[in-house]
Design a protein around this ligand. Structure first.
Ligand SMILES: [Zn+2]
Length: 122
């Protein structure tokens, strides 16, 4: 499925509902943990990068579920979740948790992407 794929890793995560219910904000965190730039073309991922991406997807989904969802969403009883996103609008202009470089925001695929320009390869 990934061979010759021209879409970016962010496109893979957020378009066509490959993972139903996965939103842009959680996808940003997965790409941050995988240390991948959102525009990275899927077809150009190395074996190691694919493993990092897969592990980041599984790890993030487990974290979000274990913490009862996102902190800015509420369950049926009005209780907010405990998962705090690392790469969202609030991260813009702040230091990267990994390397300290300033997080930047770029418009992309009809939304925005947030990323560290230093520790993530394009
Ligand atoms: Zn960084």
């Amino acid at each position: 499925m990934l061979g010759g794929e021209k879409r970016s890793v962010k496109g893979l995560l957020t378009q066509d509902q490959l993972i139903p219910g996965l939103g842009n904000s959680i996808a940003q965190d997965m790409l941050f943990k995988a240390r991948l730039h959102p525009r990275h073309p899927i077809g150009a991922l190395t074996g190691a990068q694919r493993r990092r991406l897969y592990n980041a997807i599984v790890r993030t989904v487990r974290q979000v579920i274990a913490q009862g969802g996102r902190y800015d969403e509420f369950d049926l009883y009005g209780i907010p979740g405990g998962y705090v996103r690392r790469m969202d609008a609030k991260a813009t202009g702040k230091p990267c948790p990994e390397c300290g470089a300033i997080i930047v925001k770029e418009p992309y695929l009809g939304g925005a992407c947030y990323f560290c320009p230093t520790c993530r390869a394009a």
